[in-house]
Design a protein around this ligand. Sequence first.
Ligand code: GLU
Length: 434
Amino acid sequence: MAIITVTPSKSVKNVLVKGMMDNVMEQFNNAADHINLHPNIRKILSITNNEIIVHFPVKMDNGEVEIFTGYRVQHNNALGPYKGGLRYHPTVDIDAARALAMWMTWKTSLAGLPYGGGKGGIQLDPSKYSEGELERITRRFTFALADNIGPEHDIPAPDVNTNSQTMAWIADTYMSTRPPAERTANQHVVTGKPEGSGGLEGRDRATGYGVFLNIKFWIENKNETLQGKKFIVQGFGNVGYWAAHFLEEQGAKLVAVQDAFGSLENQNGIKVEDLFNYSKAKKGSIVDFPEASPLDTESFFTTECDICIPAALGNQITKENASTIKAKLIAEGANGPTNVEGEKILLERGITIIPDILCNSGGVVGSYFEWLQNRNGEMWQLDEVITKLDKKMRESFNKVYEYSETEGIGLRTAAYCIAIKRIEKAYVQRGIFP
Ligand code: GLU
């Protein structure tokens, strides 16, 4: 007889994401105060529109059935369909999904996209499951979400521990469960698909490339170059790897890396491709890479460097470590990596933070291009993608930089102000139904 087990245990919950909602709300309220946001719109944006929680059973390889909990939070759709990733991680819960969905609303608005914000995922540790189990979990989750997602309604994408394969399973399941005449027309229900299945050339590197561009723009504004600049990266997944790849190409030097398994340092430089190939062969772990020395977890952020790229999870830079950070620039590849207390310390120390909603927005901009490609039945080429991405990222960076200079506020608050104003305008024009 099948045994039903509930996974995962509450003890692993929220270790890294505690307070994410507090952070996003404080960031939002700071900006709302600055622009004197209308109280009614503040009320609307302070809460999520819809929160979907699904519990669903999946048959494991050993024949047992396990019950999983999946989330999809739809924060706001004033500017267009909900948009945002799905993550597979033990820290996924309703609070994390709410905060991450809100960040997506600001991110898509700031980028000038016709999207709102959503986020979700499943509370699990994917390393504990086989490829076949992950496929069945993903397909059953998609089935459970049913019409709560859709190409003109809510469009998921990859996030922590999900990738183009995950998106291919979602697209296939969603399309397979549509009425026959609608099946192929629904490819853009997700973005970040593999290139052979409607995916966009270059979507894989879009987030990391955008992080790199933001760093480059900031350095150029200071009349400096990336040549010889030292940088550290937390998280060597899709975002961390690609950001490091492009920075190295411009002569910058990767001097420390941290992933979920360990940390490494080499002040003479760690070769990005070598580390990438090594970690690929070691199931995604950087541990014991021969051309660097191991570093203890706590020392990672204190490494001597010019640029620090947190590209893993939320709440990594806090009051515990912000005063020991050596970098002059923090480029947020992850969502919410710096909490409010950590940020206060960094700003007092004169350290610049390129905020997540600007810094990592290349990913969702790439997603928008993929969505357009599918919707219009087109096939975009890589050079076209890169040219368009460059332009979008440049526009966003300049807008935020200039606003922050003229208003005398930090880049994060500036980015929020621009994002919120665009949503406010839509509400003012349309009014509130009924
Ligand atoms: N998960 C990515 C993010 O946090 C991409 C979202 C998307 O492309 O919809 O921005």
